[in-house]
Design a binder for this molecule. Structure first.
Ligand code: HEC
Length: 187
């Protein structure tokens, strides 16, 4: 009898535990457009590859610094590459966002680590990931590679802010050319 109730309690605990885990990123994390555990894990795997290819991290190759526009920061540099994540190879665009007091093109170029505030990335995922938005995976990282949250505490990774009035996708939809990329000629 006692064993049975322990088992029942254990089963209830396990079910509750699983529910808590899958709710960590909100209900039905897998179907969430962004911010769920799958998206955050994918962002971590992507960062690893970017680091390996020196597109981010301490040994990153930097692009030419230029004056930024809202919302990406005062000074920016952007580079492109191709990386593989989980067996899928795709184009990637990495934009570093510099800011802070006294930031300028010259000092961001001379001492990038001091002024780097965030790294925003667009990675072309497999067809069908987000067909209506050109299958881009969006992510915003700290300079050290942790996914950043929006003001509501939702991780900025995945189809970021899909269906919302503001955010990566909404704003990038206005980019000329229909592929959600603004600056083709800059880098
Ligand atoms: C309010 C508008 C707006 C929002 C929101 C926005 N962007 Fe951008 N983004 C731009 C503009 C404008 C450019 C091009 C000019 C520049 O370099 O700043 C750009 C450029 C980029 C680029 C370089 C490729 C390109 O399109 O030129 C990346 C990568 C990028 N954004 C990622 C992101 C990510 C990730 C998010 C969400 C976390 C985001 N952006 C949110 C306006 C926006």
């Amino acid at each position: 009898m006692k064993t049975l109730s322990i088992l029942t309690a254990l089963a209830a605990f396990l079910v509750a535990g699983c529910a808590a885990t899958s709710n960590a990123g909100g209900a039905g994390a897998d179907e969430k457009p962004f911010g769920g555990p799958d998206s955050v894990d994918y962002a971590a795997a992507l960062w690893k590859q970017l680091n390996k290819h020196r597109l981010v991290g301490p040994a990153a190759i930097l692009g030419k610094h230029y004056q930024g526009v809202h919302p990406h920061g005062t000074v920016l540099d952007t580079i492109e590459g191709t990386v593989e994540v989980g067996g899928h190879r795709g184009a990637v665009i990495v934009k570093r966002n510099y800011g802070g007091e006294a930031v300028s093109i010259a000092n961001a170029a001379n001492d990038p680590d001091k002024y780097l505030q965030a790294v925003t990335v667009m990675f072309k995922r497999e067809a069908g990931y987000d067909a209506e938005n050109k299958d881009w995976f969006w992510a915003k990282y700290t300079p050290a590679g942790a996914v950043m949250d929006n003001p509501k505490g939702v991780a900025l990774a995945g189809r970021v802010a899909k269906g919302k009035q503001q955010g990566c996708i909404a704003c990038h939809k206005a980019a000329p050319g229909g592929d959600l990329v603004y600056l083709h000629d800059r880098y």
